[in-house]
Design a protein around this ligand. Sequence first.
Ligand code: BES
Ligand code: MN
Ligand code: ZN
Length: 489
Amino acid sequence: MKPSLSSESPMRLAVDAVAIGVRSGDTRGPWFDRLDRATRGLLTHAVEQEQWKAERGEVLRIPVRSGLVARGVVLVGLGGQAATAHDARVVATHAARTARVERLGVVLDAADAAHVRAAAEGVLGGAYRFDRYRTKDRSGERRLREVVLVVGAPIDAAMRGALEAGRIVGESVCLVRDLVNMPPNDLTPTALAEAARAQCAPLGIDVTIWDRAQIKKNNMPLLEAVGRGSGQEPRFVHLRYRPRGRARSRVVFVGKGLTFDSGGLCIKTAKQMADMKCDMAGAAATIGIVRAAARLRLPVEVHGLLGCVENMSGDHAYRPGDVFPSRLGKTVEIINTDAEGRLVLADVLAYGAELEPDCMIDHATLTGACMVALGRYCAGLYANDETLAAQYLEAARTAGEQFWRMPLLDDLRETLRSEVADIKHTGDQYGGSITAALFLREFVGKTRWVHADIAGPAYLESPHDVQPKGGTGFGVATGVRFLESLVGG
Ligand code: BES
Ligand code: MN
Ligand code: ZN
């Protein structure tokens, strides 16, 4: 679905329903009063009747008989917070999610590129469904076909560019959600690698895929070790987007691609294992970011490195007590086979550092401990460079995604000391997200680096704010925004 722009009045817009954002304070926003007057007080009446509070994300659908060309109004609550462009994302998402019409108008509170961009991302995200595994005919359901973003001013080139960029980011987010929601019997490491190829190669992105033998031969011993317990072969994927002109910067993204994490021999409980198809969300986000960068033709060289593997307990499985070399040479003592993500990332980060990029960003559903620290909706952000951390957090703010800076506490490093090898891969009981990040830091050398622990927000049990249940596509909007910020976008 392609949202379009219009500077038509919301009263005359030829759609089935118009959606507006409404604040909970005394001033309800620029459009409420105008639409209320046009419908002779219908909105005020409905709000009072339903005792609708305009809480953030709360939706009220009101059928309209006269006063507007549209046959309905959708009110989306914005609460009492200060207005930002992210509100446009909230309004568009909830309207697209709940409108149950074919043609929808979304009225923006401000006529600028930032609002258009956020709304376009929201429309695509809100209309997202994962129903490819349902055989029942659902053609009776009304599907959104057309969305018009209404800007109360003449449309300029910046708004058109923002519309297209928002659409590109929104499509990447939906692709990532699909990959995360795919069942792990279908989305094996091989299938994930092939999906990366299918999504990227047609855009002129170079794609290199290593099978098990090549992973071994080309020196990724830790990735290979994690893959031993599965009948499904691991894959390493290197995506490379090179812009046509001179690249103004070179950035490497790394993604954890565990298509299923049973815990291995240190097996998880049934409850812990239930959603572990989501453990490739970092790899999926990486594909989404590289793809968007290519479609936006950003003047940045962008690499995507994916460690795709399944953590199982077959008879060749790696065990606690095993010692393996790493790509860097450092030997690693295995303590807990469920701490597999950091092993995979260690080799892939070392490979990334060899590319000598300006910076390297990894996304990984790495630790339950990060969810204990920050809850379900916020990612942990670690960085070895203050400027890079600030830039990344600023990109996240614009993109409407929550990250919280976490500390790389040097005094926890000693918990990774091993008696038999150079390092062990888990620390003690406390600070589990931090010690995981400290382990990763051992493999990035002097590369400026961000580690995003997305265990919480990558996959949700129920919808929250603009995110749906299941795979969310978390990280894509921020990653793309960060790349744009590097080139003054
Ligand atoms: N994939 C999990 C982390 C995870 C947990 C992601 C919940 C999403 C939701 C990771 O591989 C893992 O099992 N981590 C262990 C590490 C521990 C054994 C040191 C954990 O967090 O318990
Ligand atoms: Mn695990
Ligand atoms: Zn895992």
